[in-house]
Design a protein around this ligand. Structure first.
Ligand code: ADP
Length: 564
């Protein structure tokens, strides 16, 4: 039993595991591949937008610087040194060109590096300065223009200087660019809360303040400083860097974005997908578990039913074999019994002819003959029962009134009941329909049950016979006021030769014959203990049992019982 239970729970576990493996694993794999590809696409999109942003800002910064250079060059081309070096003129010029506040100051320096005029907030600190040795001055004089790196200058404020010469290179016209305006150009390049955008020179020094307040490139970020054409994209740690060289390879504009910040939409979609996948997987698995349980439950039920049927078959087989055996024995014993009876009868007949004087023990002989006949009759009863057990079920069905059959059977045992002060009460349904069945066989069952009830009650008791019918069957109940049946006896009560009675009294065949006959009649016999004491036997007979049963009883062996 336990083994069976373990087998089914193993089967259940096996099936559930198979479902897990064949449903969950492919689902997880496909989900992982899909999410991986979606992430790749999302990162590609982030890269593309980083590239666009970097190119856009590079253009903006370059255009801004070019605009300053063009403005200064135009002015330098318009005014000769004499006019440009005139302080009131420069003041006037500053006011007219700097309406938008792009320029902090203007400086006019002659070709020897001497300051000719200056307009701006730092006049006093630069008064009388000579710039001839300053690198920017030299470069401007040679190349005609100069755009500096950002430097702190004399005033300890970040400067970006743009300087041009007039066409004849008689002076240098220099402007300090408002770094706030310049820095503002990169503000638009910030992507996400951790994003950054800045310009560094070839040495990695910040030309614009980092939006995140970084003042120095991290070691890994130094790799960005390798020169490259166009716009390049690189991933360092959790960040994506898009960089583009500008100002003839002197400055590098970097747009830095944290990948996870930019994956917001992707993350949202991924989480939604994961939720749907998890929910549907759970649903699948729940359904799979229920299905497995149901399937294994059904299997278990079918197996149990089959085992029950097998057990019944065994019982039927057992009875069939016993039937064959019984028929053989009865057949063999019957003839000698017949002979003994005949001989005893013959002796009985002859004895009265003897002279009582000559035969001293005549009375004894007559007694002995009577005893022989009595015991042979008993033996005959047993063989008769054995044959009843094995007798072929006649296919001759007739319309039988169960009530009448019962009344007749009761009349057989009435005397014995009265002698033992046992009341046989008959609660018979007056409207009980007749049924097509084998009357003598059924009567045999009634008789066996009644005999058993009488034996169980012994003295001073009651046997109640009740009949009733429903649409499909008739039920006949025999309840007695005997001691009832113990669990041990109950288990074997239908086994042939099982008896609790004294050897002379019980054969142990009655109940097994009843079982067998009822089965063949298409009905059944059930036994239980009555709550108020005693045993109850219930016979159930089908109402229209016409076609089945009887034909070809395997236990019959063509035995001819006519000799009884
Ligand atoms: P037998 O009557 O020859 O013993 P049965 O097959 O008719 O054989 O009965 C088998 C056993 O079942 C009996 O020995 C008895 O122990 C038990 N039995 C049958 N009917 C009753 C009953 N009405 N009350 C109690 N026990 C019973």
């Amino acid at each position: 039993m336990n083994n069976k239970k373990m087998y089914y729970s193993r089967l259940r576990r096996g099936l559930i595991s198979a479902f897990f493996i064949f449903i969950l694993v492919p689902t997880l794999f496909v989900s992982w591949v899909t999410i991986y590809n979606l992430r790749k696409c999302a990162i590609q999109r982030i890269e593309n937008s980083g590239v666009r942003m970097a190119e856009d800002r590079t253009d903006a910064v370059s255009q801004y610087l070019n605009k300053q250079i063009i403005l200064l060059s135009t002015l330098a081309g318009m005014y000769p040194i004499k006019i440009m070096g005139d302080q009131p003129h420069l003041d006037q010029l500053f006011r007219s060109v700097n309406e938008r506040g792009d320029v902090v100051d203007l400086h006019v320096i002659d070709s020897a590096g001497k300051q000719l005029a200056y307009v701006g907030p730092y006049r006093s600190s630069i008064e009388g300065k000579n710039y001839k040795d300053a690198p920017w001055f030299k470069e401007a004089m040679v190349a005609g223009k100069h755009v500096s790196d950002v430097f702190m200058g004399y005033r300890n404020v970040p400067h970006l200087v743009v300087a041009v010469t007039d066409p004849l290179k008689t002076y240098v016209f220099r402007a300090t660019i408002n770094s706030e305006k310049f820095n503002a150009l990169l503000l638009r390049a910030q992507t996400g809360p951790s994003g950054d955008a800045y310009i560094v020179n070839r040495h990695g020094e910040f030309q614009t303040p980092s939006l995140q307040g970084t003042i120095e490139l991290a070691a890994a970020e130094k790799n960005l400083l390798e020169y490259h054409e166009g716009t390049s994209t690189r991933t360092i740690g959790p960040f994506l860097y898009t960089s583009s060289w500008m100002k003839d390879g002197q400055w590098l504009l970097v747009v830095k974005s944290k990948i996870s910040d930019s994956l917001g939409t992707f993350n949202e979609r991924r989480n939604n997908s994961l939720m749907i996948i998890t929910a549907s997987s759970m649903l699948f698995l729940g359904a799979a578990v229920l299905l497995c349980r149901y399937m294994v439950g059904r299997l278990e039920q079918d197996d149990r039913r089959r085992a029950d049927m097998d057990q019944q078959m065994v019982q039927v087989e057992k009875m069939a074999s016993i039937g064959r055996l019984a028929a053989g024995i009865a057949h063999e014993i019957n003839n000698p019994l017949q002979m003994i009876t005949n001989q005893a009868g013959w002796i009985e007949e002859l004895l009265p002819d003897e002279d009582p004087e000559a035969v001293k023990n005549l009375g004894e002989y007559q007694d002995a003959v009577t005893k022989i006949k009595y015991h042979v009759r008993r033996a005959g009863t047993i063989t008769h029962r054995l044959l009843g057990f094995s007798r072929r079920m006649s296919a001759e069905k007739e319309s039988v009134s169960v009530n009448e059959l019962l009344e007749e059977t009761v009349s057989f045992v009435e005397n014995e009941a009265v002698n033992h002060n046992i009341i046989i009460e008959q609660l018979l349904d007056k409207n009980l329909p007749t049924t097509m069945t084998d009357g003598p066989q059924l009567q045999q069952v009634f008789l066996n049950l009644l005999n058993n009830c009488l034996d169980a009650v012994e003295q001073n008791g009651r046997i109640t016979i009740t009949t009733k019918a429903d649409d499909t069957s008739i039920s006949i109940e025999f309840a007695d006021s005997g001691p009832g049946i113990s669990a041990e006896v109950m288990k074997q009560i239908f086994d042939p030769f099982f008896t609790t009675k004294d050897p002379g009294k019980g054969t142990g065949l009655g109940m097994s014959i009843c079982y067998d006959i009822m089965k063949k009649l298409g009905g059944k016999i059930e036994v239980k203990n009555n709550k108020v004491g005693g045993a109850i036997f219930t016979l159930t007979l089908p109402l229209k049992h016409l076609s089945e049963s009887g034909q070809g009883d395997r236990r019959t062996s063509g035995y001819d019982e006519s000799i009884y």
